[in-house]
Design a binder for this molecule. Structure first.
Ligand SMILES: NC(=O)c1ccc[n+]([C@@H]2O[C@H](COP(=O)([O-])OP(=O)(O)OC[C@H]3O[C@@H](n4cnc5c(N)ncnc54)[C@H](O)[C@@H]3O)[C@@H](O)[C@H]2O)c1
Length: 328
């Protein structure tokens, strides 16, 4: 008889795991993926014809370490804030790869934020200067919130600066996080945040550059996570040739990541990435000097979802969390 399926809401997941719990597993998964052990079918991303920018996506992954097949269905609706709804939402189904049993259906939005923020943190752990002291978080939405917590855990930061185009969003995140950190958290303009930063994380859905070239000091590391579609961009294109560039998956990042508009315009070649972050995890050279500017361009890969939902599933089984349903 097939195993029961576990149903988990976003609240269930938020209660059981923390973003910081996922960083090591995501790092190991990104390294293992580059060693060729895992299975990553192509992403399917398509327009939903509703007369305004609307996208749906199916993102799948399977890893040996997780022994799980995950299939995520996601949506993005740019105008949702006007409806008082989040811009992005998703759901993940997890299957036993051998038997095809449906083991879990869960909220995919929080796991997506966790795995993306964990990847941003891995980017900073692998590429930022060891003496980085100021972290700037650009974008105070759901991804920015998790990025702040994850990236702040990988270097001994003494100052955290948050920027959002809606200053109240930035204040709200700073208020929420102030109780969790002993270091000062501040709200700042994009310029002040970037000029002060040793590490910058971008987590917006902007379609205009926010991070300007002249604000970025030598030695800075950027983990750019918000641009996951060709239309989105967070950094001024002139900054990109100054950076030693890494991606999570180069083929995807070239068409949908932070560099994609610069590649289309011919400002950067298709060989602009030095390599993948997974290769750096596996020992390839990352940062080569204290002056180099490094950038990790993360568009998200299915094996990151697989990895994070394995942890969620195991905890749910162990602690008896969520509802159970027998479909047959
Ligand atoms: N790379 C990945 O794997 C991955 C995963 C999840 C989400 N994302 C992307 O990350 C982005 C953020 O997602 P989210 O769920 O946090 O969205 P959200 O709507 O919760 O938050 C986005 C925040 O960015 C701010 N913002 C937008 N434009 C800005 C600008 N020009 N200057 C300053 N702030 C600006 C908004 O005010 C908002 O607070 C989206 O583009 C989403 O598609 C990427």
């Amino acid at each position: 008889m097939a195993r029961e399926t576990i149903l988990l809401t976003r609240q269930d997941i938020g209660r059981q795991i923390d973003v910081v719990d996922g960083i090591d597993a995501i790092e190991q998964a990104m390294g293992a993926y580059e060693r060729g052990t895992d299975y990553l079918p192509p992403k399917a991303i398509f327009d939903v014809p509703v007369g305004e920018p609307a996208f749906a996506a199916c993102i799948t992954g399977m890893t040996r370490a997780a022994n799980l097949l995950s299939m995520k269905l996601g949506h993005e609706r740019t105008n949702n804030p006007q409806r008082k709804l989040p811009t992005t939402s998703s759901w993940i189904s997890c299957f036993d790869p051998l038997t095809g049993e449906l083991l879990m259906i869960c909220d995919g939005t929080l796991p997506t934020m966790y795995r993306t923020a964990a990847a941003a943190a891995v980017g900073a752990r692998q590429l930022a200067r060891a003496d980085s002291r100021t972290l700037a978080v650009i974008g105070a939405g759901q991804l920015g919130r998790e990025c702040l917590r994850a990236v702040a855990s990988v270097r001994p930061f003494t100052r955290i600066v948050v920027h959002d185009r809606f200053v109240e969003m930035a204040h709200s995140l700073v208020r929420e996080m102030s109780g969790r950190f002993t270091v000062p958290l501040e709200v700042a303009s994009a310029e002040d945040a970037c000029r002060a930063a040793d590490v910058i994380v971008t987590a917006t859905n902007s379609r205009e550059p926010i991070v300007m070239n002249e604000w970025i000091r030598p030695g800075t590391h950027l983990s750019c996570m918000g641009a996951d579609l060709h239309e989105k961009i967070e950094c001024e294109m002139a900054l990109l040739p100054r950076c030693r560039l890494f991606a999570d998956k180069i083929e995807h990042a070239l068409i949908r990541g932070e560099v994609s508009q610069a590649v289309e315009k011919g400002l950067l070649g298709k060989d602009c990435y030095v390599g993948s972050l997974g290769e750096v995890i596996n020992g390839a050279p990352g940062r080569r000097s204290a002056e180099e500017i490094t950038m990790f361009d993360g568009v998200g890969i299915g094996i990151q979802d697989t990895t994070i939902v394995r942890t969620i599933y195991d905890q749910a089984v162990k602690q008896g969390l969520g509802q159970r349903i027998a479909f047959s």
